[in-house]
Design a protein around this ligand. Sequence first.
Ligand code: ATP
Ligand code: MG
Length: 410
Amino acid sequence: CSLKEHLMEINKSELANIELAPQMVQIRLFHEMLLKGGNRKMFVRRFRENLNVALRGLRIRKIIQRPMMFLLELEEEGSWEELKARLTNVIGVEKFARVWRVPPDLCSVKSVLNQIIPKLNPSSFRITARRSDKAFALTSPEINQVLGTYVHEQFKVPVDLDKPNLNVRVQITDKEALVSLMDYEGPRGMPVGVAGKVTVLLSGGIDSPVASYQMMERGCEILFVHFHSFPLVDGTSREKVDEIVRMLTRYQYRSRLLLVPFARLQQEVILTVPPQYRVIVYRRLMFKIAQTLALQSKSDALVTGESLGQVSSQTLRNLSTISAVLDKLPVLRPLIAADKETIVKQAKSLGTYTTSIIPDQDCCTLFVPKHPVTSSRLMEIEQIESRLDLDKSLQETFSSIEEKTYHWPL
Ligand code: ATP
Ligand code: MG
């Protein structure tokens, strides 16, 4: 720097020093939001609303909004660990990092390097610069060059571009320079709520919680519906879905779970429907009831955890016979082509797996043979169903639905 610049630098680094305590956290938004043109503003607004809820109770001094990023200023060092845990689960966060925030010039960045490098004393380093402000005088490779040479000459640390001991990331925007040493991964995805609402049929098994999470990641808010056969069987499945909805509320902040009593309808089915068709008929009943609940809650689709060929009710023919009962809403099956191993992996990382594998009596396996029909014909099923008179039972079912609500933090 020239003498004049150096004097300016002193002033700036005083300013920089105030900001040098690494109390700032940079959040970079999921890159797909950038592609959304006119809707981007709405997406970012929704992200901000979700973030506000996710940060509830933390000591954040201020939140600064920039295009495709947010900067949070912590009030105290202790909040970082908790903040890190929470940001890991905020859908829409691509990456986050602790940053030093200084004015957007290389002298100020150098003053940060003067503090970092001797303190960390790395065996090798590299600079990874990104210039978001295209009006900045130097290009990213030029910034790498200038800062790299500076650190090398000043502190005699060798450059290693491939496997550096320390990778110093420098981002220059039109308002500030941000220096960081380590990125943390967010869950990515579109902010929950931007894609509307869906109703998930939640079974308490492994698949439907994973299907739920995938829909939340695409921006859907979820209403959960669970069918149980209590008191025909014990209440385990109810407890399991309660626990699973609790876990999933971490991502959407508010949830509703509808517990639908299914025992009475099942008893009627058992009286009239031959065993090998019962699973299909149970499923069609579930779909029909869920469709009504979905419409009442202004959902635009049903979602299940079905996956092609996983069990006999999930052959292509049976899936289509089951879907045919819906006349007002589509059914989405995000896991249709996923293999079980991948689903299990995701369930484990979500944390729902251990609850899902607790044994319970699945209401659909009640009074069902080991080998139900795998290739149902719609006409045949409709004919069998025409012998059922379920009006009264359905009425009773709807009037005895229980509702549970969940608010984050729980
Ligand atoms: P899961 O692990 O989700 O239970 P699964 O492989 O055991 O899936 P099924 O039991 O045949 O498969 O269920 C397929 C899908 O049907 C589930 O993913 C879920 O969406 C829905 N479903 C099944 N049982 C119920 C239930 N009792 N309540 C609500 N939805 C259900
Ligand atoms: Mg199941």
